[in-house]
Design a protein around this ligand. Structure first.
Ligand SMILES: NC(=O)c1ccc[n+]([C@@H]2O[C@H](COP(=O)([O-])OP(=O)(O)OC[C@H]3O[C@@H](n4cnc5c(N)ncnc54)[C@H](OP(=O)(O)O)[C@@H]3O)[C@@H](O)[C@H]2O)c1
Length: 285
């Protein structure tokens, strides 16, 4: 019998890539739910959908990721990260479904010198991180059969860091990028493939997945690589502190929260690759 997977938040960058990948997996039936088909903040609708669809697996790609906007009291979509995850976890518990959902390095404070392990203490320092922490707690407290995949700066889905740098440099504009905020930039296609591998192994608990950037690179280094691999003029990149980039106002940022990917690497070494190799492949170089 085919493995039935319910994909929520399917309109997200990750959801679109995940849908395409799941649809070519053998013995798999995918039920794709975009926000208009299932709002995961609607607990009754979530319970009803899981009861009707009877999936073996839920993969949730819905979330709210605007770190700066999350600081505003007007960020009405932020509850999706905790309450939305809670609704899915309750339905997964009720109908004994394996739940996979995504979290972020922002659950950490960024003060550790080395990459964070999955079991390190969570200490979010801004609203976005707190919302992700809340979501993780809901899932791990309610369920035994769950997978949380934490990741870092994603690109490859359309409007992202890579496309912004390319667009501005092509237009001949100066671009402010930070040299004090460290990332492990990650190609969405690699994250989707890593997640599928974990889900098909029924991996349980928390896993980190990013492209391999060692102990992190700063955003300026990443932007420079984008420029070089796109044959664009990197001299238009201007280094500034992170809060002077698109964030624009004072908020706490975990400046070096890099995720250790060793737990994942042990299981699937062939699905780990260096960040620059992933970027070059994405840019067709
Ligand atoms: N992007 C990153 O750099 C990054 C890094 C680490 C982890 N992650 C995590 O990876 C996951 C996917 O991220 P992404 O960048 O692909 O997301 P995204 O492109 O920003 O899309 C988020 C999606 O969630 C949907 N959504 C929001 N509230 C919803 C609700 N109540 N019910 C159903 N759908 C809802 C949104 O729909 P509308 O557009 O209609 O609002 C949107 O389609 C998220 O959990 C995110 O936190 C992302």
């Amino acid at each position: 019998m085919a493995r039935k997977i319910m994909l929520t938040g399917a309109c997200s960058q990750l959801g679109r890539i995940m849908e395409a990948l799941l649809k070519v997996q053998p013995d798999t039936e995918v039920v794709v739910l975009r926000r208009e088909e299932l709002d995961i903040l609607d607990d009754v609708a979530v319970m009803a959908a899981v009861e009707k669809i009877k999936p073996a697996v839920i993969i949730n790609c819905a979330g709210f990721n605007d770190v700066a906007a999350a600081e505003s009291r007007l960020a009405t979509k932020l509850p999706v990260n905790a309450r939305g995850f809670c609704n899915l976890a309750k339905a997964a518990k009720e109908f004994r479904v394996y739940l996979c959902t995504f979290s972020s390095k922002f659950v950490f404070d960024g003060k550790k010198e080395q990459p964070y392990l999955e079991d390190d203490d969570l200490w979010p320092i801004n609203q976005y991180g707190s919302s992700k922490h809340g979501g993780e707690e809901m899932v791990s407290n309610l369920l035994e059969n769950y997978l949380i995949v934490r990741s870092d700066l994603l690109y490859g889905g359309g409007d992202d860091f890579v496309s912004r740098i390319q667009r501005e440099l092509k237009a001949g504009n100066q671009v402010k990028v930070s040299d004090d905020f460290f990332v492990a930039p990650t190609y969405l296609g690699d994250l989707a493939a890593a997640t599928v591998a974990l889900v098909y192994e029924w991996a349980v608990g928390v896993y980190h997945y990013t492209n391999d950037a060692g102990n992190g690179i700063n955003c300026y280094e990443f932007a420079q690589a984008v420029a070089e691999l796109s044959d664009l003029d990197s001299s238009l990149l201007q280094t500034v502190p992170v809060l002077e980039t698109e964030f624009g106002y004072p908020m706490a940022m975990p400046k070096r929260a890099i995720l250790s990917i060793e737990r994942f690497r042990e299981l699937f070494p062939s699905l780990v690759r260096p960040w620059r190799e992933a970027l070059a492949a994405y840019l067709g170089r």
